[in-house]
Design a binder for this molecule. Structure first.
Ligand code: SF4
Ligand code: SF4
Length: 310
C-alpha cells in the first residue's frame, strides 16, 4: 500500500519565499503532461527517474564505462574522452553509483507520503514561526493525486500550511477533491488565446480555464501565476489574459514570474533541445510595466511571488 502511494521526487528545496505564504519547503514531483517551451525544470517532465550527465564535471576516470550494463558509455583510448550515447540508456543509475565526481546523477527518488512528511517536517520550527509550510510543485503534481492526498492529509493533521502549484491541466473532479487539503492554489495561467497556449505548451487551455472556474466556485484561495514570456504572452496577449481574469472572482491575488534562464544548463544534463536558448531574460523594467497593467485591472500583484501573506 505504501509503495502504491509513492511518487518520484526530483528535488526538495528548503527556505523558499516565492511559492506560498511564509517560509516554505518546495517539493518538486516528477511528471508533467505539458511541454512549455520555457520550462526551467526539464529533468522533471517524465514520471520516472532520469540520468543527468555533466561532461564538464567528468574526470575521465572510466569507472562508468564498465558499470553500464547497456554499453552506453565508451572511453576513447587515445583522447581519453568519454562518449555517451543515450539510445539504450534505461536510467538505471549504475553509472551514477560509481561516479565519484557527481558528473552522473540520477534525478528522482521514490518517496512515500510518510517519508516526505518526515523530511519536510525537519523545518517545522520555520513553518510555525513564519506561517509557512509545504508547497507541492513539479512537473505537474496533480499527476499524483492519491500521493498528494496522502501527503497533504499528514500536514493538515499537524496544522502546517499546504500549497499546490499547478498548471491546472488535470481532471476537474480530482482537482476539486484536493481542495479541502490545500490552503493555497498557485494556479498558472500562461495564455488566453487557445492557439497560443497550444503552440507554447502543447495543450489546449480549455480544460485549464474550466478547472480554474470550478476551483473558484469552491471558495479556495487562489493565487494566479503568470510566467511572463517575451513574444509569447507579453503585448496584446497579456491584456487578453487580464480581461479574461477580470471576469472571474478569484480574489485578485496575482504573481508575475519574469522569464529567466536559470535552468538552461539542465537541458544539456538531460540531452534535450532547448528552443529558447537565445531568448533574453525579462528585465525588471518590463516586469514592472506588466505589473502596472495588471494592477490597472485591480489585481494585487507581486513580481516573483514574494510577499504572499499568510
Ligand atoms: S543510467 Fe544505466 S543504462 Fe544509462 S548510462 Fe548509466 S549505467 Fe548505462
Ligand atoms: S565515472 Fe564519472 S568521472 Fe568517471 S568517467 Fe564516468 S562520468 Fe566521468
Amino acid at each position: 500500500m505504501e509503495r502504491e502511494l509513492s511518487a518520484f521526487v526530483a528535488n526538495i528545496q528548503k527556505g523558499c519565499i516565492h511559492d506560498g505564504p511564509g517560509l516554505r519547503t518546495n517539493v518538486f514531483l516528477m511528471g508533467c503532461p505539458l511541454r512549455c517551451k520555457w520550462c526551467q525544470n526539464p529533468e522533471n517532465l517524465r514520471t520516472k527517474p532520469v540520468l543527468l550527465y555533466s561532461s564538464e564535471e567528468c574526470r575521465q576516470c572510466g569507472s562508468c564505462v564498465t558499470a553500464c550494463p547497456n554499453g552506453c558509455i565508451t572511453l576513447n583510448p587515445i583522447t581519453k574522452e568519454i562518449l555517451f550515447d543515450r539510445t539504450n540508456c534505461t536510467d538505471c543509475g549504475a553509472c551514477a553509483d560509481v561516479c565519484l565526481t557527481g558528473a552522473r546523477k540520477i534525478c528522482g527518488r521514490r518517496m512515500t507520503p510518510d517519508q516526505l512528511f518526515k523530511e519536510v517536517m525537519k523545518d517545522e520550527v520555520f513553518f510555525r514561526n513564519s506561517g509557512g509550510g509545504v508547497t507541492l510543485s513539479g512537473g505537474e503534481p496533480t499527476v499524483h493525486i492519491p500521493f498528494l492526498k496522502g501527503v497533504y492529509a499528514k500536514f493538515k493533521e499537524v496544522g502546517i500550511s499546504t500549497a499546490l502549484e499547478t498548471s491546472g491541466y488535470c481532471n476537474t473532479k480530482v482537482l476539486l477533491e484536493l481542495e479541502p487539503f490545500v490552503d493555497a492554489f498557485l494556479f498558472d495561467f500562461k495564455a488566453e488565446t487557445d492557439t497560443v497556449h497550444r503552440e507554447v505548451t502543447g495543450v489546449s487551455n480549455r480544460l485549464i480555464k474550466k478547472n480554474l472556474e470550478a476551483l473558484i466556485e469552491t471558495g479556495a484561495r487562489i493565487i494566479i501565476r503568470i510566467p511572463l514570456i517575451p513574444t509569447v504572452n507579453d503585448g496584446p496577449e497579456f491584456t487578453k489574459m487580464m480581461e479574461y481574469l477580470e471576469t472571474l472572482d478569484f480574489g485578485g491575488e496575482m504573481n508575475i514570474l519574469p522569464f529567466h534562464q536559470f535552468g538552461m544548463t539542465k537541458y544539456e544534463l538531460v540531452d534535450e533541445d532547448y528552443e529558447l536558448k537565445e531568448m533574453p531574460e525579462c528585465s525588471k523594467e518590463k516586469a514592472d510595466h506588466y505589473k502596472q497593467i495588471a494592477e490597472s485591472f485591480n489585481f494585487r500583484v507581486d513580481v516573483g511571488g514574494a510577499n504572499i501573506s499568510a
